[in-house]
Structures are given as C-alpha cells and as structure tokens.
Design a protein around this ligand. Structure first.
Ligand code: UD1
Length: 431
C-alpha cells in the first residue's frame, strides 16, 4: 500500500498546469473502437486508469500505444474478440464503455460487470436498458454482461432527469452512431466529457445534433473513419488545485483551467472568501483570510460536481461557521468523513447531508483514502493541517492524477511517498 506523508501548514504558491481530462479521455479511447482505422487522441493524462483502458483495448486485439507524453494512437481496423477480461474490467467502472462500441460495431459485447471506486452503488442497469431499447438482447450470467444484436435500431431513450447519467449517455450515444435509423437521447449528460465524446464521434463521421444540450439526435451511419481529437482539460484536477490553494491560504494560478466548466466551483470558492479570477488562459485562486462557511448541493453538470464535494468539505471544515453539504449523486461519496474527523473536523452526517462546523484548524493524523477523490481531499486537508499526516491508499491518486505529488511540491508543499505500489512504479516507468 502506498502512503503519502504530508507536513502541513505551508500555503501553496505558484503556477500549475492541468492535464487532459481523465473522465474525458477514457470514453474517447473506448469510442475509438467504433472507428475502422486510426484515431489519434491527444491531451491524454498519464494515469493508471488510462493504462487500464489501453490494456483493455489491447486485450481485444486493438493496437493502442503512446506516441508521445500525452498522445495515444488507436488502430481499430480489426477487432479480434468481443470479450474483455475480468481482471482488467474490475479495476475501473469506465471499462464498461467498451460495451456500446463493441455491440454496435461487432454485433456482440461480452463485458464483465465493472468495478471502480467504492463511492456507492454504481450499477449499469441504465446502460443495459439503453442497449435493449436499441434492439439488443442482453443476458447477465456469471458476472458477465452479454449483449447481441445484428444491427442496432434507432429509438427514443429517456434518461432520469435528476441523474442525467454520464456513463449511460456516453455508452448509448456511442452505440447509436452505427444503429439503423435515428436515436433521440433525452436528458443526456451535458458535461464537457460527454461533449468531448460526441464531438469526437462527429469528427469521425457520426451524425449527431444537439451536442452540448440535453437532447441528442443521432442518425446512424454505416461506419466511422479515423480522426484526431484533443481531450479537454481535467476540470476535476483543476478544481482540486483551486481548493488546495484556498484551504492552505495560498495563491495559485491553475493554467488550462476552463472557467466556463467550473462555474459553481468558482462560486463556492468566492462564497468562502477566495479571490478567483481568469488569468493567462486559466484560473487564479487567492485566499487571504479564514474561509467563510457556505452551502452546496451536488448535481449533474452544470451543477456542483460530486467529484469535488470532498475537497469542498475540507474548506468547510476550516471555515468560520456552519456549512451544509448535500450529496445527490453517490451515496458513499462521504467515505472520507470519518477520516477527516480524525484530523479534527467537526462533521455530522444525516442521510446524504453533511453538516460541517468549521474549526479553523485541522491537525495531522494517520488517515485512509478509499477512492480517488477522497484521497485527494485528505491530501488537501493534510496540506492545510498542523503537523504530519500519513495518508494510506495514496495509490488511488495514481488512478486519476498525473504527477500529483510533483505538482504539489512545485507549489511549495512538503510531501513524500512511501511504500511504492506496483501501480506507482508502472507510472514512473512511462513518465
Ligand atoms: C461519471 C464519472 C464520475 C462522476 C459521475 C457523475 C467517469 C469515469 N466517472 O461516473 O467521476 O462522479 O460521472 O458526474 O466518467 N446510475 C444507475 N444505473 C446506471 C448508471 C448510473 O443507477 O446504469 C446512477 C449512479 O449510481 C449514480 C447516478 O446514476 O447515482 C449518476 O451516475 P453516472 O452519471 O452514470 O456516473 P458514472 O458515469 O458512473
């Protein structure tokens, strides 16, 4: 198990650049399976989850290789098998993104039920309902989802408007591009990752209307052809740095952060007393006071992102006053709460709401990160805390953040890694 040891108390200062989006790159790689030829995807982060997707594509007989530090070429001229190995799929939920493209292109997909973060129930029932609506026959046996259809047929798919499932939107959209006839997806996710996927598919020859809106109209085509596409900057990484700057009372320019993707994150930071402004194609966050309390509710994009809820809670734990944080997307997003309490935070959980009474200061303690964003939030808490914090489960950071410690160290953080995991070594050897 990898441990991150952080000596807190230093305000972060300087400039940091965000990588390409994790949640954007993973569907782009999966969507390349629809393309009879070569796709070149740039601005891809060097993280564990991307490696897992790369290995998954390789396991299907599809060449998928790095061309440089952040560019991947996928050659899906031929797909050898429609079955993905359990060992790869169980590592992350986004592996299930290969199901839609395989089904549409090859007429069959055999994909084990996915694993991923432990942030609550994350079924794939909406994805499966979407495939069935498109005319596929789907069985689930021995933990494997088996979907078949000679050719999918366009239809109307109505997603739950309260959830606007990102994964379902993307999987169904990918499948619909090669279906016969027109598919209409209502209450589609509108976040930049779903938009990236739709824009990539359009660049490859798919006919999609309404990109960036809640209604996608897809007219099926016979085939998609190779193209190049750059993933958007990672708004979750950007948000993580902005909260780290605010929580430590620092001043950080996050280069590449797109203000338009982070509206509510910026609002929350400002409500907490930070000065946030656009600068040099990025966002600069400066905090010169003790944070003020604030309230937030997570919601599908453009609402406040559930992924950044744990980072916001750290700011609330330091704030002057009582903050109320409501989680509406994943019931176990509060996994970090008990760990943060070990550092002195005062948090009361009532169902899906955390009532956080700010204490002004946190103190270093041994804590455990249980998923990517929980580990990032605990790292921010540690940076703001007095004394030393030892975070176990730091390998989760490698799944989602490229060069997490290096970037923080460049902003003045005092931190080191112990007990390198195999995942970490894998990351270092391709850095
Ligand atoms: C993606 C992101 C994740 C982010 C989430 C919401 C990736 C790899 N992950 O996850 O970081 O927090 O969007 O913005 O991009 N649901 C079902 N059945 C389904 C599918 C979803 O019940 O078949 C539920 C989920 O349990 C959840 C809600 O719908 O409560 C939204 O999930 P969804 O938007 O699909 O999240 P993911 O795509 O898994």
């Amino acid at each position: 198990v990898a441990k991150l040891i952080i000596a807190g108390g230093t305000p972060l200062h300087g400039v940091v650049r965000v990588n390409g989006s994790k949640n954007g790159s993973l569907p782009l790689l999966a969507a390349s399976l629809l393309v009879e030829g070569e796709s070149v995807i740039s601005n891809v982060p060097r993280i564990r989850d991307v490696e897992t997707m790369r290995e998954t594509l390789n396991s299907l007989g599809v060449a998928c290789e790095w061309l440089d530090q952040s560019t991947i070429r996928v050659d899906a001229s031929h797909i050898e098998t429609t079955g993905a190995p359990y060992d790869l799929v169980r590592r992350m939920r986004a592996s299930f993104y290969i199901a839609g493209p395989l089904l549409a292109r090859c007429g069959e997909a055999r994909v084990p039920l996915p694993g991923g973060c432990v942030i609550g129930q994350r079924p794939v029932d909406f994805h499966i309902a979407g495939f069935k609506a498109l005319g596929a026959v789907v069985d689930e046996r021995h933990g494997v989802v088996h979907a078949r259809a000679e050719r999918l047929r366009g239809t109307r798919i109505y997603l739950d408007p309260r959830l606007r499932s990102v994964g379902t939107t993307i999987n169904v959209l990918m499948a619909a591009t090669l279906a016969q006839g027109t598919t209409v997806i209502e209450n589609a996710a509108r976040d930049p990752d779903a938009v990236d996927c739709a824009s990539f598919l359009a660049a490859a020859g798919a006919s999609i209307e309404g990109i960036g809106t809640g209604t996608l109209i897809v007219r099926g085509v016979q085939r998609l052809q190779g193209c190049s596409y750059a993933a958007s900057p990672d708004r979750m990484e950007a948000g993580t740095h902005l909260f780290a700057a605010a929580a430590t009372g620092g001043d950080v320019l996050v280069e590449g952060a797109r203000a338009d993707d982070l509206d509510l994150v910026v609002s929350v930071l400002r409500e907490a007393g930070a000065e946030v402004r656009r600068e040099n194609g990025g966002l600069r966050c400066r905090m010169e006071r003790r944070p003020r309390s604030f309230d937030l509710v997570t919601a599908p994009y453009p609402g406040f992102p559930t992924d950044l809820q744990p980072c916001a809670a750290v700011l609330a734990a330091l704030a002057d006053g009582r903050s109320v944080i409501e989680e509406t997307i994943f019931e176990k997003r509060f996994n970090y709460v008990d760990e943060l309490k070990r550092m002195g935070a005062r948090i009361k959980l009532v169902d899906r709401t955390a009532i956080v009474t700010g204490t002004g200061r946190l103190s270093g303690a041994p804590v455990v990160g249980t998923d990517i964003r929980a580990a990032a939030a605990l790292a921010i808490a540690a940076l703001a805390a007095e004394g030393e914090t030892e975070i176990s489960g730091a390998e989760f950071l490698d799944r989602g953040y490229e060069r997490f410690e290096e970037k923080l160290a460049s902003l003045g953080a005092d931190l080191r890694r112990e007990g390198d995991s195999r995942a970490r070594k894998a990351q270092l050897c391709f850095a």
